[in-house]
Design a protein around this ligand. Structure first.
Ligand code: MD3
Ligand code: FE
Length: 228
């Protein structure tokens, strides 16, 4: 069942069915054969262990751009219409869960941006984690639009660390995100620190194993950049 983790943060375990998970994993093989950074992105001189593909925009540390020369001389891939529809379905399910949650105020769905008709994501960051990849605690502040972030997990389970808006340190909650889980981060959760502390190798269900990549995890986050 869906769970409100904190104000604005809604976890939807098993949102995608088996067929939906397998289908998105097949799409990834096509994205991966297109423009992907040749080497890991660096942040303050340190290589990131995660490989990121942008749909709609390229993400670079601190900004979004569409300049081909930044990423292997390739054009950015289009943001697919099916992804907008899927994002709206996640927002809709989250709004329903929040409306049914006795601990969330009646104003919460609107205050947290959970309006499927208003959701217009224009970028998806598609992250691939091999079994040793991690993502350090950070805030996502490169978007100029307060729309919620929708996250989808595929492949191996990870430990996701959801923190607070003040520091990278405690208090935080460690959550295992499995293949098919969706998560929405809006309102007061939109600027919370978060990260991925570990991937749990060989935990993907058979229909969601990333065999061509030697296992690992894919995470898709949809956002509205607020840029044109
Ligand atoms: C909470 N990705 O791409 S997804 C990222 O699993 C990112 O690849 C992680 O953090 C991953 O920036 C975590 C969950 C997530 C995504 C965006 C958020 C949580 C968030 C934005 C604000 C608050
Ligand atoms: Fe993030």
């Amino acid at each position: 069942a869906p769970r409100v983790i904190a104000p604005g943060a809604v976890w939807l375990p098993g949102f995608l069915d088996e067929a939906g998970q397998s289908w998105i994993i097949r799409q990834y093989a096509q994205w991966r054969s297109g423009p992907v950074p040749a080497h890991a992105t660096t942040i303050r001189g340190h290589p990131m262990s995660v490989t990121t593909i942008g749909l709609g925009w390229h993400w670079r540390p601190g900004r979004y751009d569409r300049e081909a020369r930044d990423v292997n001389n390739e054009r950015v891939l289009p943001f697919p219409d099916w992804m907008t529809r899927l994002g709206r379905q996640v927002i809709d399910a989250a709004a329903e869960a929040v409306a049914a949650d006795p601990d969330s105020p009646a104003s919460a769905p609107a205050a947290w941006g959970l309006d499927p008709g208003a959701y217009e994501p224009d970028v998806a960051l598609v992250n691939y984690y091999d079994e040793s990849a991690k993502m350090g605690m950070h805030q996502d502040k490169d978007e100029h639009d307060p729309a919620p972030v929708v996250s989808l997990s595929l492949g191996d389970t990870c430990t996701f660390r959801f923190g607070n808006t003040e520091t990278k340190n405690r208090p935080y909650e460690d959550i295992r995100l499995a293949s098919g889980d969706a998560f929405v981060f809006g309102g007061p959760a939109r600027f919370a620190f978060h990260g991925v502390t570990r991937i749990h190798p060989d935990t993907a269900p058979s229909y969601a194993r990333l065999d061509d990549l030697g296992g690992g995890r894919i995470n898709i986050t949809m956002r509205a950049t607020g840029r044109d």
